[in-house]
Design a protein around this ligand. Structure first.
Ligand SMILES: [Zn+2]
Length: 229
């Protein structure tokens, strides 16, 4: 049976979520959530998502759609702000009939986030609407964007995507679906043969620069790539 996951990417559009200077929670959530979606779909999981761009979203409307979708798990993607010194990841579980399985799902996600080197504030009972679904849910708060010492762990798109990947790994572990490395997936379909032009390799940087200069005078665009030999 194909597994189904609903993803709620927190806030969006006129609702920035938590804010600290120019840092907006909605942007962090979008980067993280889109990577989560991509990784799940790569493993054959069917995803329902509330938004894929910076647009307004009403959690009350999405929760209705999510109920109709009848997912095997529901994930909420958020980031925190508090007093400027709080730090760490935290994840919230259902308090309804799905509490025990939700706790298990949250524990799988938490363990993948810890594998990124992050500290966790633990798995807690959820007060949030998205946790009222009739399936295990995990409401993830990736960190505190108003604490520079915490924000450094998710201050760019690549780091935020790493959280999306960690969430996906946790969910897939929970489902018992084996993780497929990216290369193994693309080898079957999208892999292309590329042709790189090499004009010379030098141990002296000045010689490489001289060749670049000579090629550029002939109108050939080129650059120096450093490598260890
Ligand atoms: Zn939020």
């Amino acid at each position: 049976m194909t597994k189904k996951v609903s993803i709620e990417i927190g806030h969006g559009g006129t609702d920035p979520g938590a804010v600290s200077g120019k840092i907006l929670e909605k942007d962090i959530n979008l980067n993280t959530g889109l990577e989560l979606k991509r990784q799940l779909e790569r493993h054959g999981v069917k995803v329902l998502i509330n938004r894929t761009a910076d647009v307004n979203d009403k959690a009350t409307e999405f929760v209705k759609k999510a109920r109709e979708f009848n997912p095997d798990a529901g994930i909420s993607v958020h980031a925190n702000a508090f007093n400027g010194t709080a730090k760490g990841f935290e994840v919230f579980r259902n308090t309804n009939a799905f509490k025990i399985v939700s706790n298990l799902l949250c524990a799988h996600i938490e363990s993948e986030v810890k594998a990124l080197g992050r500290i966790s504030r633990g798995v807690k009972d959820s007060p949030f609407l998205m946790s009222s679904l009739s399936c295990p849910t995990a409401y993830c708060e990736l960190g505190f964007l108003d604490n520079p010492a915490d924000y450094k762990d998710f201050d760019d798109s690549q780091k935020q995507k790493a959280f999306g990947t960690a969430y996906a790994k946790g969910i897939l572990n929970y489902f018992g679906i084996a993780w497929l490395p990216e290369k193994a997936v693309s080898a079957g379909g999208g892999e292309r043969t590329m042709y790189r032009v090499i004009a010379g390799s030098f141990s002296e940087k000045a010689n490489a620069q001289a060749l670049v200069k000579a090629l550029k005078t002939k109108g050939i665009d080129c650059f120096i790539a450093e490598y260890k030999n």
